[in-house]
Design a protein around this ligand. Structure first.
Ligand code: HEC
Length: 202
């Protein structure tokens, strides 16, 4: 009796499998396959002019595979760090400068003195990054301001990944140094250039 029941069940399952075959063999285009639907006979369509690819940037690989997990782990670590968690390289600064230009410069200005274009249209002036309080503020404060906003400044957490926030923080530190550099710490050739320029102005 048990054996018969088992057979019936097995047959039932096989029927199931056959019905599911429809899902395996769906009518769909294989990559670069032909299509009757479009005049040029190709199923792959050319993106409209001006399209921007979405599969770039820090989260490009997150939908599958190891790269995605690694990215998520890296971003979680960046979100926890108390100070810039990477070596400050030319590459990090270039990334920070680019992101700063997109997200911060309109209000904070190219040198970070708070005199951005938006303020000339009536938006309140942000403070200059070159005041003592912000020069002495810990890296994490700058990171938190980007994440959570500050006063009337909007939060940027949904637009700037944690790793990019640190790149921006590194770039703000560079801006701060650029406005408060001690001349004797500059390379000799720059010191003489500066002296020559000062001489010329007199
Ligand atoms: C739309 C204009 C605007 C943009 C864009 C903007 N900010 Fe601000 N930011 C402000 C204003 C205004 C304040 C002053 C807010 C207040 O005190 O109420 C401010 C304050 C700050 C402060 C000072 C916080 C403190 O302790 O006083 C920092 C640091 C800062 N912004 C960093 C950034 C960074 C980094 C970005 C880019 C990711 C950015 N801001 C984008 C307007 C802006």
């Amino acid at each position: 009796m048990k054996a018969i029941l088992f057979l019936v069940l097995l047959l039932g399952l096989c029927a199931c499998e056959r019905a599911m075959q429809n899902m395996y063999d769906q009518p769909k285009y294989k990559t670069m396959g032909k299509s009757e639907l479009f005049a040029d006979g190709a199923s792959a369509r050319t993106p409209p002019a001006g399209s921007v690819p979405q599969s770039t940037g820090a989260f490009a690989g997150t939908s599958s595979g190891r790269l995605g997990e690694e990215n998520l782990r890296r971003e979680a670590e960046a979100a926890d760090a108390q100070a810039i968690p990477y070596p400050v390289t030319q590459q990090l600064l270039a990334r920070g400068r680019e992101r700063y230009g997109i997200y911060c410069m309109p209000c904070h200005s190219p040198v970070g003195d708070g005199d951005g274009w938006i303020t000339r249209r009536g938006f309140p002036h942000p403070p200059s990054y070159h005041i003592d309080r912000l020069r002495q503020a810990p890296d994490r404060h700058l990171f938190d301001v980007i994440t959570n906003g500050y006063g009337i400044m909007y939060p940027y957490a949904d637009r700037v990944d944690p790793s990019d926030r640190w790149a921006i923080v590194a770039y703000i530190r560079t801006l701060q140094l650029s406005q408060n550099a001690v001349v004797s710490t500059l390379p000799a050739d720059m010191q003489s250039q500066l002296a020559a320029r000062r001489g010329g102005q007199r």
